[in-house]
Design a protein around this ligand. Structure first.
Ligand SMILES: NC(=O)NCCC[C@H](N)C(=O)O
Length: 282
């Protein structure tokens, strides 16, 4: 049996999985990184390691034990540990990544989890960046068709629904890559969300679940403003580049740890994408 279980996006984070960016480089897999590649040279290994080190320091400062996945040379995006496995209250679910350049990431995750998965995605495609285990009993899954498709989202939703959970499947344009580019929770009753883009019905649904939103404009969402990770107990990790949002989060009374992550946000992933929560206390 797996030792890991996560029942919300906002319980106190005690264990988290990261992967050092030793082989990280930008490859043209999404609209954000394609824009980056048009105007910049590849980042240096030293600069990447320094930024990732700031993220790990913030997670440790927040009290989380940081587990490290060994990076593989042929998998440049392994650093985005959010996408290949999502941990549920019943244990880890192995996802089915859509991009050929990322599919091999499953192998190291099978080793890390000793083959102990609650479920394994086998219909369509499913990526962890589209999955939000909002709170015990309620989840939502983004299905843009670009990364997670309807078949993958429906299969995952069916497993949770069989346990009595409410699961909303949310469609959005694949330009935005993952749902966590448009929406993440900061606290049990507070989200950061790109209201320019999200379906108003989704926001109404969140309100019905007692969650209100801090608005993140389109331009800030495309620099991964929404892509924060809650550490629980009123603390969040949000990239230093999101200065306006970080001030808004602090004005809400939250403690914001803000590592510099510009080289990773330019690749299409911020603190939420770079972390896979293994255990949270409810
Ligand atoms: N959850 C996420 O939004 N993950 C970011 C993945 C970025 C990576 N460059 C990719 O295109 O797959």
């Amino acid at each position: 049996m797996s030792p890991w279980s996560v029942s919300s996006e906002t319980g106190v984070l005690t264990d988290v999985l990261v992967c050092p960016p030793d082989h990280y480089r930008w490859i043209p897999t999404n609209s954000i990184v394609r824009r980056t590649l048009a105007g910049a040279q590849q980042p240096s290994a030293m600069a990447l390691a320094a930024q990732h080190g700031e993220l790990v320091a913030a997670l440790r400062e927040g009290g989380a034990r940081v587990h490290v996945l060994p990076p593989e040379p042929h998998l440049p995006y392994m650093a985005y540990t959010r996408d290949s496995v999502v941990v549920t209250p019943w244990g880890p679910v192995l996802c089915q990544l859509e991009r050929p350049q990322r599919r091999g990431e499953y192998a190291a995750l099978i080793d890390f989890h000793d083959g102990c998965f609650w479920r394994k995605s086998s219909a369509g495609t499913l990526e962890g960046g589209d999955i939000h285990i909002l709170k015990p009993g309620v989840a939502c899954v983004g299905a843009s068709g670009g990364r997670t498709d309807l078949a993958g989202a429906e299969q995952f939703a069916s497993w949770l629904r069989a346990e009595g959970w409410e699961v909303r499947i949310e469609s959005f344009d694949e330009h935005f890559l993952h749902l966590d580019v448009l929406f993440c929770l900061a606290a049990p009753d507070l989200a950061v969300a790109c209201l320019d883009v999200l379906d108003p019905d989704f926001v109404v649904w969140l309100t019905g679940h007692g969650i209100r939103c801090i608005d993140v404009p389109y331009r800030e969402a495309m620099t991964l403003g929404c892509n924060i990770i809650a550490l629980g107990a009123g603390r969040v990790v949000s990239a230093r580049g999101s200065a306006r949002l970080n001030a808004a989060l602090r004005a809400e009374g939250l403690t914001v740890l803000d590592p510099e992550l510009s080289l990773f946000t330019a690749g299409g992933g911020g603190p939420h994408c770079l972390t896979c929560p293994l255990q949270r206390e409810e």
